[in-house]
Design a protein around this ligand. Structure first.
Ligand code: A2R
Length: 314
């Protein structure tokens, strides 16, 4: 029997593609020169789309595939998938939660350590021969004993909280709802939390509701000694306000894995000394990316076999 058609929106690592090819006939959207023609040719048969956090699936794509049943997205954030359009067309959406919690939490603490101890600068100091020429590197800050406020104490936020506790940090959090059975104080007001902490870690989903949540008022409340960490989505932070406050000393520092217009990072941000910048590395390890890929495949195959989806969001 012919394998069912699957529209592959973005490239995957070889093991993921190989696993998909066992079950599906892959049609590579990202390689197609005439994308509308590819969609038109797939419209009569295609029940499956496999995509990624950045590429998502647009309303136009969903509408162009009337037989579509499932969009399987690689990554926990699925803000690039038009979920309203998916709901309207009765299309299910899956993501890849949980398997990346520890990895993203590790990268978060790595960013915080790098910013507090100025690890990138200290490394450069040694490489440039300045230790020998100029003597010891200037003293730095540390995490121990400081207070961290987590915006979004979900699956990843809780993993970050556990690591922060291992560094003897005090943990508080902000979310729309106070969580029972969570041992950390809840702040219903984000700006109030920002004023009360040394670190603000952003790890809530990107959505219309969270866009610009970390605005000028929140950043100002975090203040000249405060440090912002964003490992969620660039859209949650008012990036121009953040840059201006970092430049003028209104905000102490920032450790960022995500940006408003990736992979573009503003030149003014790149010029600052009080920031650590990563190219969206939160889940980018061999082990975690492989686990995320397996979950994409498991969702698609489950649906193909008429079994329940493993990680359905819509
Ligand atoms: O608001 P709550 O109590 O439902 O808490 C959720 C919080 N959250 C928000 N907090 C404040 N204002 C909002 N408008 C808002 N919307 C959601 O974010 C919850 O504690 C947390 C999300 O947790 P999970 O759904 O378990 O997500 P997970 O797996 O931790 O990933 C978070 C995000 C992804 O969506 C990617 O964009 C990023 O991490 O890599």
């Amino acid at each position: 029997m012919a394998k069912p058609d699957l529209l592959q929106v973005c490239p995957y690592a070889e093991p993921v593609t190989a696993a998909l090819e066992k079950e599906f006939t892959l049609h590579r959207y990202f390689e197609a020169k005439d994308k509308p023609a590819l969609l038109e040719s797939l419209a009569p048969t295609t029940r499956f789309v496999a995509t990624g956090g950045h590429h998502g699936a647009s309303r136009e794509m969903i509408a162009a595939l009337p037989k579509l049943e499932l969009i399987a997205s690689f990554g926990v954030g699925y803000d690039a998938v038009d979920v309203e359009a998916a709901k309207e067309h009765g299309v299910a959406v899956t993501n890849t939660p949980d398997v990346l919690n520890d990895c993203v939490a590790e990268v978060t603490l790595g960013l915080m350590l790098a910013l507090a101890h100025r690890l990138p600068q200290a490394d450069r100091y040694v490489r440039q021969g300045r230790w020998e020429a100029e003597g010891p590197f200037a003293l730095t800050d540390e995490l121990t004993g400081s207070r961290v406020g987590i915006l979004g104490l979900g699956r990843i936020g809780k993993a970050i909280a556990r690591l922060a506790q291992a560094f003897h940090m005090e943990v508080v959090y902000h979310g729309r709802t106070r969580q029972e059975h969570v041992p950390f104080p809840h702040y219903p007001d984000l700006a109030e939390m920002a004023a009360a902490v040394d670190w603000l870690v952003v790890i809530a989903p990107g959505s219309a509701e969270t866009k610009g949540l970390v605005d000028r008022a929140v950043l100002t409340a975090l203040g000249p000694k405060g440090k912002l960490v964003n490992v969620a989505r660039g859209s949650l932070v008012d990036e121009p306000a953040m840059i201006e406050l970092l430049e003028t000393g209104g905000l102490g520092g920032a450790a960022l894995d995500v940006f408003a217009e990736e992979p573009k990072v503003p030149e003014r941000l790149r010029a600052l000394e009080n920031v650590v910048l990563l190219p969206h590395q939160g889940s980018a390890t061999h082990k975690t990316r492989a686990a995320m890929g397996r979950l994409v495949v498991r969702n698609l195959v489950a649906h193909l076999r008429g079994e329940p989806l493993i990680s359905r969001v819509v």
